[in-house]
Design a protein. Structure first.
Length: 517
């Protein structure tokens, strides 16, 4: 990173303090030019201090002016602030309502990592993020996570929608995805990571693994990165929903024909209808103690829809809530517990007369179908039939195939490939930001990307090569805050199972059914 640059980053949206009518990026210092020092701006610095400037002037990398510090004592202020210490600037525009545009600093609360502030710079770099606030935005409300493409020697293929659901830093996690199209060319593997959604994305690390396994097996990683060998799989002998409908024709083959929730026939304002359940029965081989349950599927856009609704409830306190999520472990745990409870696909095993939850599949995002595996201990289930129930929030999941592998995992050889280079779309070297988990993030906004190269290694003789990408990070959805802070309602949604679903599923149902009429 160049040390002689101010390293200031810009947001693209509005904080809706008194309303927002237009949304435009600031990409040049000249857009903050104010030669007569008139007008009012609100500034938040990286240490959390909020300034209200009654007059200001931007000179080089310094904001000059005077006003007061917003606090209990409302202290007068006159002086200057370095741009590198500023989290955002709220600027009142001369219109009938207030259009407020934020500016985030690369070493501060990066509200949104975007275009570096300057007269012509289009670069994107990021260093250690002390705090992470999203922008607020009046857009259409779509969001998910970074996309990863693999190069087969001719073209790039979209193969990974990574760390879905990691909507703030405390929820940061790693994803592991099979890259079936990736091919090494001249001993080099190439990946591309892109931001194509309405969000700010923060990637901590991208790693590529070459896994050599038995020729007759394929490799599927679990959520922790353990590699499992999959051979011949068994389909369930029965599969039905809560209403007794036979689902076997939909989930017995990986054919792109999906089971999905029957929203049209459900009254989702009732608690008994806010969960989907798939009941399965598998034949249990004699002496089986552990089995591999495989689910191939994808998510709907319901997850992003629900997150936007939830975040908007904090209204003008939205940024303060993000700050709390980053600094208060209890608040972070409440939110993560909510996400796990409402967003995951829960695996229950019948033991005697009770259903016992044994595992859960993490959400995978709405843009790509992914196969996931969990290991089930079936020593205590009893009988020669394994009874499994998959439970989730209604209409959150679409399932292509469900199958069981009873075989023991076979030894595999796992090689982490050296990262040779990582270059963003402007030619900047971002490899130091992506090479290890060190809380230095490659930060992007929509339209930005980076190309990565890795040095391949020879395949172990007699083995079949599978490439697995691991990526770690989080992202911030671009959300329009509501008019008021409904903190108590948010806390009830986080704490009470199913409460949020009863609030938002009716609206979601209306949107989905009207789209298909």
């Amino acid at each position: 990173m160049q040390s002689n640059r101010s390293g200031v980053w810009l947001t693209l949206g509005c904080f809706l303090l008194g309303g927002c009518t237009t949304y435009a990026p600031i990409t040049r210092k000249s857009q903050l030019a104010n030669p007569d020092m008139t007008g009012e701006i609100v500034v938040l610095t990286r240490d959390g201090t909020k300034y209200r400037f009654k007059n200001y002037l931007l000179k080089d990398s310094v904001l000059l002016g005077g006003g007061y510090i917003e606090s209990d004592s409302m202290k007068d202020f006159s002086g200057n602030l370095a741009l590198s210490d500023i989290a955002y600037i709220q600027k009142q525009q001369p219109s009938s309502s207030k259009t407020i545009i934020g500016v985030g600093a690369v070493t501060a609360f990066v509200i949104m990592a975007g275009v570096q502030l300057g007269e012509s710079s289009q670069g994107t770099l990021s260093t250690n993020l002390a705090y992470h606030y999203p922008i607020t935005y009046g857009g259409s409300g779509h969001g998910s996570c970074p996309y990863i493409y693999s190069w087969d020697g001719v073209s790039y293929h979209f193969e990974s929608e990574t760390f879905a659901g990691s909507v703030f830093r405390g929820a940061e996690r790693s994803s592991f995805d099979v890259l079936s199209s990736l091919r090494a060319v001249d001993g080099v593997c190439r990946l591309r990571i892109t931001n194509e959604r309405e969000e700010s994305e923060y990637t901590n690390r991208v790693a590529l693994y070459a896994v050599d396994g038995p020729e007759e097996k394929r490799i599927v990683p679990d959520s922790r990165g353990s590699m499992h060998t999959i051979g011949k799989v068994a389909s369930p002998v029965s599969c039905s929903d809560r209403d007794g409908h036979n689902l076997l024709p939909l989930i017995s083959r990986a054919d792109g024909v999906y089971w999905e929730s029957s929203l049209r026939s459900k009254d989702v304002s009732l608690r008994e209808n806010i969960r989907d359940t798939i009941f399965l029965e598998f034949t249990k081989p004699a002496n089986a103690s552990k089995v591999k349950l495989l689910v191939r599927g994808t998510n709907t856009e319901l997850g992003a829809f629900a997150f936007h609704k939830l975040f908007s409830l904090r209204g003008p306190s939205l940024l303060d809530w993000y700050r709390t999520l980053e600094s208060d472990p209890d608040e972070s745990r409440r939110f993560i517990s909510f996400m796990m409870r409402e967003g995951m696909l829960h695996v229950n095993l019948r033991q005697g007369n009770a259903w016992v939850e044994k595992a859960a599949y993490a959400d995978v995002g709405p843009m790509i179908t992914k196969e996931q595996v969990v290991i089930l201990d079936v020593n205590d289930d009893g009988g020669d039939i394994l009874k499994v129930a998959l439970v989730s929030t209604a209409d959150l999941w679409r399932i292509d195939r469900i199958a069981m592998d009873y075989s023991e995992d076979q030894p595999v050889f796992v090689h982490e490939l050296p990262l040779l280079s990582a270059v963003d779309q402007s030619g900047n070297d971002v490899a130091p930001l992506l090479s290890q988990v060190d809380n230095r993030y490659y930060s992007t906004v929509p339209g930005q990307s980076a190309d990565l190269t890795f040095r391949d290694v020879p395949t172990v003789a007699g083995r079949t090569r599978t490439y697995i990408v691991s990526s770690r990070g989080f992202y911030h959805l671009w959300t329009a805050p509501g008019p008021a802070d409904q903190r108590d309602l948010v806390q009830k949604i986080l704490a009470e199972p199913g409460y949020g679903a009863t609030l938002y599923l009716p609206t979601w149902k209306n949107l989905q059914t009207s789209d298909h009429q």
